[in-house]
Write a protein that binds this ligand. Sequence first.
Ligand SMILES: NC(=O)c1ccc[n+]([C@@H]2O[C@H](COP(=O)([O-])OP(=O)(O)OC[C@H]3O[C@@H](n4cnc5c(N)ncnc54)[C@H](O)[C@@H]3O)[C@@H](O)[C@H]2O)c1
Length: 349
Amino acid sequence: MAHTSWMITGGAGFIGSALVAEAVKRGVHVMVVDALTYAGHEQNLRWINEQNWPGNYTLEISDVRDSAHMLALMQHHRVIAVIHAAAESHVDNSIAGAAAFIETNVQGTQSLLDAARHHVARLSEKEKAAFRFLQVSTDEVYGALSGEGHFTLSSALAPNSPYAASKASADLLVRAWHHTYGLPTLITRCCNNYGPRQHPEKLIPRMITAALAGEALPVYGAGDQVREWIHVDDHARGVIAVLEGAAVGSITHLGSGEERTNLTIVRAICALLARKKNRDFLKQITHVADRAGHDFRYALDLSQTKNHLGFSASISLEEGLAHTVSWYLDHPEWISAMHEHTFKKRSGA
Ligand SMILES: NC(=O)c1ccc[n+]([C@@H]2O[C@H](COP(=O)([O-])OP(=O)(O)OC[C@H]3O[C@@H](n4cnc5c(N)ncnc54)[C@H](O)[C@@H]3O)[C@@H](O)[C@H]2O)c1
């Protein structure tokens, strides 16, 4: 194999597939590693084949916990950058059972870090200098904020959910592999993502699909929790800006500054759907018992990202949400394939 590649783990998932698209658009050869769990599906990647973009991708169906196979893949595909996005990603699932989160998010990261350091040890000095391992992480590692202030790069790690604790643990492993083994690592911590191809278990697609099905729109508690929302394509561009421009060993916040309460988001979805379908969806909103340990607010300080990296999100929430609602309306076959796939994986069928 003559060319070098980027390895993107979790590339058949929501954020991973947006990252693959952004890289292929820029002419990169991408090697996707994905175990195709209930959350990952080849249909999230197939559309990239029709775009006529200068790069390309290959999908290796494999588990990041298989360190020996990860190393073999890194060598075979001449990997010069690893973007690690594979994870168990849904907070509610982590509350129902944390084991898979520890196995994939913590052990999986350790196994991939080890594969990367053995791979880097075999690279030429020039390749070694260019190699990067980028960990895709989350603002949830910092815990919760009250109504005021932002998480800064010096905020303490104070994860509250099992999911957040598993991501914080993985971030600490990445830090240790940099300090102990000199692995050239980067960490990005991003706010809540939305956009096309997000698993229907997550807030925005869940509300859109339930609204269309005429079902109740379950809002946790009063719906006054505040989240910062970024379009997945902005997140993907931010990750690549970090890969190409951030200092080795650094942590970068990726966000949008677009803070909304959950109830505001659900109402906005109802309004967008009402315009398309000429129906009142607001009356389907139902308040349900709050999520255990529900964090009140997340918001990131983005000054370093803007001033040092020169990156800011470009898609406004109004524009991005309208586009996202239209995408789900235009892709009912994607929604049913995802439901069917998730059902099969969970029932072992
Ligand atoms: N969704 C968000 O709002 C958000 C925000 C910040 C950071 N993140 C992080 O971004 C990453 C991607 O999140 P997402 O929302 O796209 O998740 P997702 O659940 O849509 O995708 C995860 C992908 O990882 C794959 N995967 C899971 N376990 C695996 C394993 N053991 N080996 C190989 N592949 C495996 C799945 O098949 C799936 O394709 C995660 O690391 C998550 O923590 C997500």
